[in-house]
Design a protein around this ligand. Structure first.
Ligand SMILES: [Cu+2]
Length: 691
């Protein structure tokens, strides 16, 4: 409804298709991020394949809920185009990232870390293998090889698995539609400071009856320099290759087989070891049937296999390596007391999901089942040994009732049986639980004003994940984490509003939550290696807001704000690892084939810390100071199919660090509690072709 209204709005000259798409999305999803600093593609065909698909896919995306952000991950966003999923998410208000080195950071939404955020690629979960999360799920994701990124904030859906108290992130490849034999190509190459070099290709060929999709990405960078000229150990290499073969006997049926592989290596300033391998194998089988009948509408089913094989070592840093050999001439490398170490771990996750949809009158019902088994192993004397096996099976139902165009109620329930076997103990142990979840949300569009409002109550229980059960030295009390750690229970109220009128668009989304048995990691004050995972009761609240304003035909101003607050009610302390207040101010100029955006990112200080507490990777070790970073980019559409863009991040070469931070590792000469700085001035250039 709103979407149609929007389409009828007079289109401002020079307003790009992408901006328009974002606009449509924002209108249909009501709480989307206004893409401050997004490099708008004003070609209308600049990423033709992506955009023509985007044209369809964003509108038809299941981004119908007001808490949903939908965007195309093919559209680069300032700062410098992302190296992985976490990098990309960081540009969306509410997200932050815990940096390891140059890539493979851990995404955090509203201060919520790890499995509180469920990250899915093509509907499947791929938890990493590293016990210290060197391979966050997003590290296996190259954003440009996906068509659609959807973020659902809060426990406001039950369709995508259990436990996602902070939200669900889905990277998806959409089904291509062909009326006749055709080929679409998206390709880009990018160079940048610190010897960054990326190549991406994504091509789909097909006809009415089927398609073949091939995509490949390669990305590499050397160590970056911070604003003070200090080299930060952070170089990386990675590649990904994927193919999908689809059969589409008619426009309502899809049978698709997909396969992918990838690998990489990454040096980590904030870790005792570097990642030598991040091997990925994935296989998926998907079946979809739509428009089956008037009542029974559609069915979709999928099976997936995801395998992560990870190796880490300190070969570059141990006594054997010299600073020259490691390529890190500014680093102080300990040549003493470091034993060369190599560690291999892997994780195999196999699962499936089936959902059926019914539609009658003003009701839509989606019901289904999902299940997965995930086995973690560790290399011991050249042979892999199983150390943990997770199992989960869930049943879910989500019902939407649209009374008319102005009133809508959405509600859902799910129940999961989850279990874990611990093979590390001398006698294998097992624990299991049945976990409920549910939500109900009311959405109301005012008749008198272009305003949409929503309020939703959600409840979810989250089974402790691999890193919470197996990585800490201890659990609550004197028990082991495996024996003692309880499931986390989140009760959350989500509210928000959206306003679109003429050249002004504004939105706000907020939440308040009571989290019982919130899992927090406590570290020894003296920095010794032990950690304890504990359950505490917590309360969190915060929100995100955005405003976009078309100042004239050529100028658009955008801004966003994000804030998170948390309190540990047991100890009366702040919750650790909460990001500080952050604002983004963007100004975009567009004329003809040219467009330019300036982005000013302002982050406040963070004084609310819980010293030596955090999560499996990060802990609060100091308060942090605020900073402001200015970046800019320029895009030129050379032809309808070819686009050049370039930009400079951190124009003033400011030396700064994020609050969420790993203390730099001593093997690189960092003292304990010394944060890893962000990159200094970084330039990048990019050419993209799409037809
Ligand atoms: Cu590792």
């Amino acid at each position: 409804m709103l979407f149609h209204t929007l389409v009828r709005l007079p289109l401002r000259a020079g307003f790009s298709i992408v901006t328009l798409l974002s606009l449509m999305v924002s209108t249909s999803s009501h709480a989307q991020d206004y893409p401050s600093g997004q490099i708008t593609d004003n070609t209308g065909q600049g990423d033709a394949a992506a955009l023509s698909k985007a044209d369809v896919m964003i509108v038809t995306a299941p981004g119908d809920s007001p808490l949903v952000t939908v965007t195309s991950p093919k559209i680069p966003r300032q700062p410098v185009p992302a190296s992985d999923g976490a990098d990309y998410l960081k540009t969306i208000p509410g997200f932050s990232q815990i940096r390891n080195g140059g890539t493979n950071g851990d995404p955090v939404l509203r201060g919520m870390f790890g499995s509180r955020l469920r990250i899915l690629t093509d509907g499947a979960e791929m938890p990493g293998a590293c016990p210290s999360r060197m391979d966050a799920p997003t590290s296996y994701i190259s954003p440009e090889s996906y068509d659609l990124l959807t973020v659902i904030k809060g426990p406001q859906t039950v369709l995508w698995g259990p436990g996602a108290s902070a939200g669900v992130v889905r990277f998806e490849r959409e089904r291509p539609h062909f009326d006749q034999p055709d080929i679409h190509l998206n390709a880009s190459a990018q160079v940048g400071s610190n010897r960054r070099f990326d190549q991406n290709i994504d091509t789909v060929m097909g006809s009415e009856t089927g398609f073949l999709r091939l995509s490949g990405t390669k990305s590499t960078a050397a160590d970056y320099q911070d604003g003070g000229g200090r080299r930060v150990p952070s170089k990386w290499n990675k590649w990904n290759g994927d193919l999908a073969l689809g059969l589409t006997p008619d426009s309502d049926t899809l049978l698709e087989l997909s396969m992918g592989k990838g690998d990489g290596d990454a040096r980590y300033a904030g870790r005792g070891m570097d990642g030598a391998h991040f091997k990925r194998d994935s296989i998926g089988l998907r079946y979809e049937k739509n428009n089956i009948g008037t009542l029974f509408e559609s069915v979709e089913a999928q099976l997936f296999y995801r395998y992560a094989d990870h190796q880490m070592d300190n070969i570059d840093r141990s006594g054997a390596a010299s600073p020259m050999m490691s390529g890190c001439t500014h680093c102080v490398i300990s040549r003493h007391g470091m034993m060369p170490m190599v560690m291999n771990v892997d994780r195999r996750t196999v699962g499936g999901r089936a959902v059926a949809s019914w539609h009658w009158d003003n009701y839509q019902l989606q019901s289904g089942i999902d299940t997965q088994v995930s086995v973690h192993r560790k290399m011991v004397q050249k042979a892999y040994q199983k150390d943990a096996a997770f199992g989960q099976t869930g049943l879910f139902s989500e019902l939407t009732w649209s009374e008319d165009d102005y009133h809508k109620v959405v509600g859902g329930v799910r129940a999961d049986y989850q279990s874990v076997d611990n093979f590390r103990a001398t006698q294998s142990q097992r624990r299991s639980a049945v976990l409920p979840a549910g939500f109900i949300r009311y959405e109301h569009t005012l008749e008198s004003m272009p305003v949409m409002l929503y309020a939703g109550l959600g409840y979810t229980e989250r089974f402790p994940d691999y890193w919470e059960l197996f990585s800490p030295t201890m659990g609550p009390g004197n028990a082991s984490a495996f024996d003692g750690l309880k499931s986390e229970k989140t009760h959350q109220l989500d509210i928000g509003a959206n306003y679109v009128q003429g050249g002004i668009k504004g939105w706000v989304s907020g939440w308040v939550a009571q989290v019982d048995d919130f899992i927090v990691f406590q570290y020894a004050a003296d920095g010794s290696r032990g950690s304890r995972a504990d359950n505490v009761n917590a309360v969190t609240l915060g929100g995100e807001a955005g405003l976009a304003w078309s100042l004239s035909e050529q100028w658009t101003a955008e801004s966003s704000l994000a804030y998170s607050w948390g309190k540990n009610r047991r100890d009366g302390r702040p919750l650790p690892q909460m990001p500080p207040l952050e604002a983004r101010l963007g100004l975009t100029w567009e004329k003809g084939d040219w467009s330019s955006t300036a982005l000013w990112r302002l982050v406040s200080q963070q004084q609310r810390i819980a010293l030596h507490e955090g999560n499996v990777v990060g802990k609060d070790f100091d308060s942090s100071t605020g900073f402001g970073i200015l970046s800019a980019n320029l895009t030129w559409k050379a032809t309808p199919d070819v686009k050049f863009s370039g930009g400079i991040d951190n124009i003033f070469n400011k030396e700064y660090h994020e609050h969420l931070n790993l203390a730099g590792n001593s093997s690189f000469g960092y003292s304990a509690g010394m944060p890893v700085n962000e990159p200094g001035r970084t330039w990048w250039g990019r050419v993209s072709v799409a037809f």
